[in-house]
Design a protein around this ligand. Structure first.
Ligand code: 5GP
Length: 192
């Protein structure tokens, strides 16, 4: 299938709990020319997450069907039995509007997109102060069962090792500072 005329992409990756979602949401309020890539997932909605805004919440059968139809640019079984993926149609829809796509995506997915769209993409790794702080944040969020938390901790430890493969490592030791730094990075990238 032929690709749309390529626009730009900004990828935020990090272990879960590092603060990337908050940073991405902050950037969306600052830059009207950015639009969030809504991923598809088979996980259940959490808290007040809205369908088609936070994610396209779909069944595993639907997800497998989309894989078979080659609708994903990338997808991962991020946690056992739970799939997440970026739809090609989502990127094309945003580019058609002349906007830049911004992603909140796991580390492997982020590197996958960076390799695929090298030259048009800015890939940022959000670094938490430490694994311990990350664990405290995930526990404090209070949204995951002890088993799910354990799975997130194990994955986070592995993901921290991938940081050097990204274009930029953004330290999130203080959320407002990290948001301000992210804003400067995005401003430079958009001006290029
Ligand atoms: P959560 O369940 O906390 O919303 O997300 C779990 C992880 O999956 C996070 O690191 C999130 O960024 C990542 N994720 C969300 N969408 C996608 C996607 O489309 N592809 C991949 N590979 N990871 C995703």
């Amino acid at each position: 299938m032929t690709e749309e005329k390529e626009g730009k992409l900004i990828i935020f990756s990090a272990p879960s709990g590092a603060g990337k979602t908050t940073i991405v949401q902050y950037l969306l309020t600052k830059f009207p020319e950015l639009e969030f890539s809504v991923s598809a997932t088979t996980r259940q909605p959490r808290g007040n997450e809205e369908n088609d805004k936070a994610y396209h919440f779909i069944t595993k059968e639907e997800f497998l069907h989309l894989i078979a139809q080659k609708q994903f640019v990338e997808f991962e079984e991020v946690y056992s039995g739970t799939f997440y993926g970026t739809l090609r149609s989502e990127i094309e829809r945003i580019w058609r509007k002349g906007k830049t796509v911004i992603f909140d995506i796991d580390v492997e997915g982020g590197l996958h997109l960076k390799r695929k769209y090298d030259g048009s993409a800015l890939a940022i790794f959000v670094q938490p102060p430490s694994l311990e702080v990350l664990k405290e944040r995930l526990i404090g969020r209070g949204t995951d069962s002890p088993e799910k938390l354990q799975e997130r901790f194990i994955k986070a430890e592995k993901e921290l090792k991938y940081a050097p493969q990204f274009d930029i490592i953004l330290k999130n030791y203080d959320l407002q500072t990290a948001c301000n730094e992210a804003e400067v990075l995005v401003k430079h990238f958009m001006a290029k």
